[in-house]
Design a protein around this ligand. Structure first.
Ligand SMILES: *[C@@H]1O[C@H](CO)[C@@H](O)[C@H](O)[C@H]1NC(C)=O
Ligand SMILES: *[C@@H]1O[C@H](CO)[C@@H](O)[C@H](O)[C@H]1NC(C)=O
Ligand SMILES: *[C@@H]1O[C@H](CO)[C@@H](O)[C@H](O)[C@H]1NC(C)=O
Length: 385
């Protein structure tokens, strides 16, 4: 791997005298310096996946210590409650941090992390659902709606908790599978293999197409890159957790492979992916190659090759091209040679009218953890390939 790395010195790395850098450790060190607010938001939770990877790569306790310091007393309190947690606010986004609590529980066996995870698990039991049993994205603002984002936010935690503490509970595994199947059946375009951002079972949202899109499913009209990225990662996480004896395992492997292939068709010649991926928008004025999803898809392929889900022959070159783009275009070194991450769109939501004009009106951010975390995951896969 040393050889491939040396081929990949980006401009920013070269400028800082890094001849064959570990982008993973460079990023981890840089964000310790930049400073990260301590809270349970999913953006933080996503960044911390990168620190789990940095620790895994190096065994260097400084990453674990910093990460723990971000969580202890500021997010998980000594008694195992979660600081500022609202037991009556039902937002899938807030459940993502439960994965990080379980990582800490696995590592230390300390009860407070288990208790904090249990709070989220119990909240899932009370979470409102649509008639088919799908979790609402949020109450009260997004009733009956499922978004691809929510699968990453809640259902991987649900799966991880079940795997650790309730593995024989077939009802729970069936329920988790149902979330994936519902979102897939309502949002996937069978021609392109790509999935629209979400759907509204009640078809009342202004963006929910009542008739024409996806066979009367209430689907949103457009394919937003990061939503697909969340979903792609969620599939990989869930595949590794699902019992192989449960039908869900092979169903999710099928979803993952189909999406991996669809992403290959959608990849831009630069190696990245468009913010809005559905026709006729790629290449249209206002659209651009967005960094968070480009990192997510690159990671998702590399990890899928490693897990033996997709073949090296078919995907390695494309993944390499994707990874090169990440380091060459989206990594920037500042005057102190700290790494900064560019080109991540701040948000994309089904809050609004769901149009192309809406999505392209959202600004880009520097050092957005929703891009940084996936870049760290992609770097881990690349550097251990
Ligand atoms: C099994 O999982 C279901 C669905 O999450 C849950 O309602 C039920 O309480 C669980 N059963 C046990 C025995 O834990
Ligand atoms: C699926 O994608 C194709 C190709 O872009 C498009 O022509 C078709 O209208 C889409 N179908 C739905 C149901 O959105
Ligand atoms: C949708 O919202 C965007 C801004 O968010 C606006 O520019 C556009 O005109 C709106 N389109 C419609 C059809 O309302």
């Amino acid at each position: 791997m040393k050889f491939a790395l040396s081929l990949l010195v980006g401009a920013a790395a070269a400028q800082c005298g890094k001849r064959s850098p570990s982008y993973l450790t460079w990023t981890a060190d840089s964000f310790i310096e930049h400073g990260v607010e301590k809270n349970f938001h999913y953006t933080q939770a996503t960044l911390y996946l990168g620190y789990e990877a940095a620790y895994e790569l190096t065994g260097d306790e400084k990453y674990a210590e910093w990460y723990r310091n971000q969580i202890d007393d500021a997010v998980v309190l000594e008694d195992g409650t979660i600081k500022d947690w609202d037991y009556e606010f039902y937002s899938l986004d807030d459940y993502r941090i439960g994965n990080n609590f379980l990582w800490w529980y696995e590592r230390t066996g300390e009860e407070k992390y288990r208790k904090a995870a249990d709070i989220i698990r119990e909240q899932i039991n009370r979470h409102p659902r649509n008639q088919a049993g799908g979790f609402w994205h949020r109450r009260p603002v997004y009733p009956n709606q499922m978004w691809l984002d929510g699968i990453f936010m809640a259902d991987t935690f649900y799966a991880k908790w079940t795997k650790m503490f309730d593995n024989d509970n077939t009802t729970a595994w069936d329920d988790i599978l149902k979330q994936f199947v519902l979102i897939d059946s309502h949002t996937r375009n069978h021609t392109t293999g790509l999935l629209a951002h979400g759907y509204d079972e009640s078809k009342t949202a202004v963006w929910a197409d009542p008739v024409t899109v996806n066979r009367d499913s209430g689907s949103a009209p457009l394919v937003w890159d990061r939503a697909v990225g969340w979903y792609f990662i969620a599939l990989l996480e869930a595949i590794q957790l699902f019992p192989e004896s449960h039908e869900g395992h092979s169903i999710l492997v099928g979803f993952y492979k189909d999406l991996a292939a669809a992403l290959k068709k959608a990849q831009h010649k630069s190696g990245g992916w468009w913010l809005i991926m559905s026709e006729p928008y790629p290449g249209m004025e206002g659209n651009y190659i967005e960094s968070s999803a480009s990192a997510m898809f690159t990671y998702g392929w590399l990890k899928g090759i490693k897990l033996g889900l997709i073949s090296k022959g078919e995907y390695y070159k494309a993944a390499k091209k994707g990874y090169k783009l990440l380091t060459n275009r989206f990594v920037r070194a500042d005057d102190e040679c700290l790494l900064n991450w560019e080109g991540t769109v701040e948000v994309g939501s089904l809050c609004c009218n769901g149009t192309y004009e809406y999505y392209i009106s959202i600004p880009l951010q520097t050092n957005d953890y929703k891009g940084v975390g996936p870049f760290m995951l992609a770097s881990y896969e690349w550097e251990t390939y």
